[in-house]
Design a protein around this ligand. Structure first.
Ligand code: SAH
Length: 357
């Protein structure tokens, strides 16, 4: 009898999230604690249908330029944290970044994502000149920044210079866990940055890691509820993958299944968002990104960082594509997307929310 009740409760929750795009924290927690293999299959199917209703079968590509692995922060999970003395540091010059953009543009990319550690050599002035130069050469591209925490005035000036989008994961919605993992950062600062970016008019990407040490189903439910309320344009979700040169090197990482469930729930709860099939998922499993595309993701961010420095941008170990060249990644990804049954879209790929704003 009891088992019948549980089955019908889970079934009702899956129907509810599919029909209404909403679940309470308690409902999400219950689902995560009791989910079965069969439930997951239903969830992935509903997430796929929801993605198709909002975005069709298109998968948007972004060229990712990892331009510096120098970082002033000391996040306990991250391979390029300030206290990792073993990582060989690099910083691309603005000219080198422009060369990456030229190469990326030739390969067809119309979004450039500039990501780095928190490297203060890159001052506001340097960023402004760089963004203006990219904007001048490629008026139609989307310029996405993922450079960590700066002052709201700086975000404002970078936006005015021509940046369109900003990726900043909230990392975890548990304040306690956030502060344990980020000895040099504050939970409230991160949230304030995200709100400021949104208010300034950026298309904003938030997101979190799955399988962090000590993270509970209730914490993950909070991550999804935060995203539902904040309503970002983009949502990055990846498994935590331990890096041996960090304090969390001996911990267990996040799993493929748990991450896919969170991707699917994010699609169902925030149906108009853009959700990347992350490189971390592709690292965990050779089919990880394809499975994410089948569970609601609709963006892939192939790396266009020069091959000479790629391996040094090692946030976690065994990161894929370390020896590849930008053109390898471009066509490898296209083949994978097509083999998974989807269509590559090389346009800017703005979010539905942004288009209707
Ligand atoms: N400095 C920028 C970019 C961070 S790197 C910023 O603060 O936003 C991009 C993302 O990689 C991070 O937000 C984090 O979620 C993820 N990441 C870092 N270390 C990781 C690890 N060991 N496993 C999985 N993801 C990791």
């Amino acid at each position: 009898m009891e088992e019948v009740v549980f089955v019908s409760t889970r079934h009702n929750l899956l129907e509810k999230v599919y029909q209404t795009n909403d679940l309470t924290k308690e409902e999400i927690t219950y689902l995560l604690e009791n989910i079965t293999h069969a439930d997951r299959e239903i969830l992935y199917r509903y997430a796929l249908k929801t993605k198709q209703a909002y975005y069709g079968d298109k998968v948007y590509l972004r060229g990712l330029i990892e331009f510096s692995n120098i970082c002033r922060q000391d996040c306990r999970y991250c391979g390029i944290r300030a206290s990792n003395a073993k990582v060989e540091r690099y910083r691309l010059t603005p000219e080198e970044i422009l060369t990456c953009c030229a190469q990326g543009y030739k390969l067809g990319y119309r979004t450039f994502v500039l990501q780095s550690g928190e490297d203060l050599w890159y001052t506001e002035e340097i960023f402004i000149d760089l963004i203006r130069a990219i904007r001048k050469s490629y008026p139609e591209v989307a310029i996405t920044l993922s450079i960590g925490e700066r002052r709201p005035e700086t975000y404002q000036r970078l936006f005015a210079a021509g940046a369109d989008r900003f990726l900043m994961r909230h990392e975890t919605a548990s304040q306690e866990l956030y502060e344990k993992l980020h000895p040099t950062m504050l939970f409230d600062d991160r949230r304030a940055c995200l709100s400021a970016l949104k208010d300034l008019g950026y298309q904003v990407g938030a997101g979190f890691m799955v399988g962090l040490p000590g993270q509970t189903p209730a914490d993950l439910a909070d991550d999804l509820r935060y995203l539902k309320e904040f309503h970002p344009d983009m949502i990055g979700i990846g498994p935590f993958i331990p890096h041996s040169e960090t304090p969390l090197g001996a911990e267990k990482g996040g799993t493929l299944k748990d991450t896919l469930v969170m991707v699917a729930l994010a699609r169902l709860l925030i149906p108009d968002s853009l959700i990347p099939a992350t490189t971390a998922l592709g690292t965990l499993d050779p089919q990880g990104r394809e499975l994410a595309l089948k569970a609601g993701a609709n963006v892939v961010m192939p790396i266009i960082t020069p091959t000479s420095v790629r391996k040094q941008y090692e946030l976690y170990e065994n990161k894929i594509c370390g020896d590849d060249h930008p053109e390898d990644c471009r066509y490898c990804i296209e083949r994978r997307i097509q083999a998974a049954g989807f269509d590559v879209d090389l346009g800017r790929g703005d979010s539905r929310q942004f288009i209707s704003r």
